[in-house]
Design a binder for this molecule. Structure first.
Ligand code: C2E
Ligand code: MG
Ligand code: MG
Length: 565
């Protein structure tokens, strides 16, 4: 075997934090080892240099701002050429166990105390190069050696949990603590089991890399030698269940399909406690329950969370197939001119006919699809279907009506939204004048410049734009003036008691006056009674929509409301 050298032919990429002097300092001490050094000061420069210089070895200072050392390590490992490059993490003498654990999971090869003597640094670098050159060494990113430091006592586990909780304070993120137990106390949780868990976590982290807001995941052992997985920054509680499932699946695969006896108890913060001790004991209770129920399963501390999480996971999984399996349908609800009682439009509302659960309400699955990103595909399908139906009615000789389609926040932020809408109109041959897009008020208040741009482009196409659920968001009226919109839809919650509740009546009245002043049409949703209708007519609301006239129904049932040309 060619002995790896550490001389002028070896290139080093150095990343040092927090500043240039630190980078230069470390570079100088490395140059004493005889190799060439390239020093950079931040992750971005490091990634660039990595791509261009293809270094033989990378050093990353763990002190890089805000945990970015670990992210950089992960990013380098994600590159094909970075899979086998040794990555050494420089750390302070009092480096935190939590950081080490995270760096291990991110694929760090070795750790080096930043103040170490030059000779020691040279020796460590050489060893790291040898390890990388060893053909039996495997993929450094995927085969963590059992010798890597895990936080290994109750105190440091608490520290990891504490800092995870600390990081989510003031945010709407969750921390999950997963305690792993084997069904039988006699079975040793040995190092090979630890390697299985490390690999399971790595596989989970690799997979989740695809989704934004990926969780930070750490593996620790408490003083009883039990494994504790700490996941911070979770956007959704059921991500903890996904993580637990991934661990169970992966470990079972590694043990020849043996799923028996691996019990995981999950506690989440803030739901099950706001401090490390509370969370760890809650996870323990959950794990014992998982063990007692004999199924070797996954249990959340809180039983209603448990049920909720598993329902969501089941729904999310079956939603993935819903579009392909043709389980989605579009229903249509007429919009009626309040004076003439003529149908002037239709709103397309998606329905999910689940093979086992029956009809699942969009209020249930749209937010879920929004979180998982599936809404983009579903929304496009609804748009296509609604445009096709609208044109089909025109082709069949009905008077054209405006077809309204709801846009979800994620759809609205897609950079190719305009192109998708254009393509759909072209394919379905629908005139843009007959298409209405409904956006919600809260969507519009984020990133105002972009919002106005997007609305303007859609408006320039000739599309009718309305603000749905108006009155429930926090839009500033001065911004409203700048939005190129055509209509406001008064939210159903103000219509429900419009005849009894003076506050609701006042809000509806204000929205109608606002619409009149800004030259916008106003439409009331959720009109169920004649008295609501009369009230809205007195207020000179323009259009209504609601069960009074018709609930959302399949296309063939709504045709009775359309006029023949
Ligand atoms: P939305 O766009 O505000 O739609 C109005 C909701 O009120 C519909 O609920 C409709 O069935 C219901 N509704 C209409 N008239 C009445 C009434 O008189 N009384 C009562 N109690 N309810 C009435 P649905 O169909 O369950 O949809 C709920 C929400 O789900 C929609 O609210 C919309 O935000 C979302 N949604 C539905 N379809 C789609 C879709 O294709 N894409 C997107 N992004 N969101 C959708
Ligand atoms: Mg709507
Ligand atoms: Mg609405």
């Amino acid at each position: 075997m060619n002995r790896p050298t550490l001389d002028a032919t070896t290139r080093l990429l150095l990343v040092a934090a927090p500043d240039a002097p630190a980078a230069r300092g470390i570079a100088r001490s490395l140059e004493e080892t005889g190799c060439r050094v390239q020093a950079v000061e931040d992750s971005r420069a490091a990634l660039d240099a990595f791509r261009h210089a293809a270094p033989d070895l990378v050093l990353i200072d763990l002190a890089l701002a805000d945990g970015s050392a670990v992210d950089l390590c992960r990013a380098l490992r994600a590159r094909p050429e970075g899979r086998r490059t040794p990555i050494l993490m420089l750390h302070a003498a009092d480096g935190s166990a939590a950081d080490f654990a995270e760096a291990c999971l991110a694929g760090a090869t070795e750790f080096l105390e930043a103040t170490g003597a030059g000779a020691l640094i040279g020796h460590r670098l050489r060893t790291a190069l040898e390890l990388a050159a060893d053909p039996g060494g495997g993929d450094v990113a995927r085969a963590p050696s059992p010798a890597q430091p895990l936080p290994h006592d109750t105190e440091s586990v608490q520290e990891v949990v504490f800092s995870a909780i600390d990081r989510t304070r003031g945010t709407d993120r969750h921390v999950a603590v997963l305690l792993v137990l084997l069904g039988d106390d006699e079975v040793e949780l040995d190092e090979s089991f630890e390697a299985h868990l490390q690999n399971a976590l790595q596989a989970y982290v690799d997979r989740e890399r695809l989704t934004p807001g990926r969780a930070r995941v750490r593996l620790c052992r408490d003083d009883e030698g039990r494994f504790v997985i700490v996941a911070g920054d979770l956007t959704r509680i059921h991500d903890a269940a996904k993580l637990g499932r991934a661990v169970q699946d992966h470990v079972a695969d590694a043990r020849g399909g043996d799923r028996s006896g691996l019990c995981i108890g999950v506690a989440t913060s803030p739901e099950d406690g706001k401090d490390a001790n509370a969370l760890l004991s809650a996870a323990e209770v959950a794990a014992r329950r998982a063990r007692e129920d004999g199924t070797g399963g996954l249990q959340f501390r809180n039983s209603s969370t448990n049920q909720w999480v598993f329902e969501r996971l089941t729904l999310e999984r079956s939603l993935e197939q819903a579009v392909e399996n043709g389980e989605l349908r579009v229903f249509y609800q007429p919009k009626v001119d309040i004076q003439s009682r003529q149908v002037v439009g239709m709103e397309a509302l998606v329905r999910w006919q689940h093979p086992e659960l029956g009809m699942v309400s969009p209020a249930q699955f749209i937010p879920l699809a929004e979180e998982s990103g599936q809404i983009v595909q579903i929304g496009q399908w609804v748009l296509e279907e609604a445009c096709r139906q609208c044109q089909a009615w025109i082709d069949e000789g009905y008077e054209p009506v405006r077809m309204a389609v709801n846009l979800s926040p994620m759809q609205f932020r897609q950079p190719d939204l305009l192109q998708v809408v254009r393509d759909t109109l072209r394919r379905t041959k629908l005139d843009p004048r007959h298409l209405e897009l409904e956006v919600t008020e809260s969507m519009l208040m984020q990133d105002l410049h972009q919002t106005i741009d997007t609305l303007r482009q859609l408006k320039d196409e000739g599309i009718y734009l309305s603000i749905d659920d108006f009155g429930t968001g926090y839009s500033s009226l001065s911004y409203l003036k700048g939005f190129p919109i055509d209509a406001l839809k008064i939210d159903r919650s103000f219509v429900r008691e419009i005849t009894q509740n003076s506050d609701d009546a006042a809000i509806a009245t204000s929205i109608i006056l606002l619409g009149q002043n800004l030259n916008l049409k106003v439409i009331a949703e959720g009109v169920e009674t004649e008295s609501q209708l009369s009230f809205l007519r007195i207020l000179q609301c323009d259009e209504i929509q609601g069960y009074l006239f018709s609930p959302p129904v399949p296309a063939e049932d709504v045709e009775t409301f359309l006029d023949r040309r």
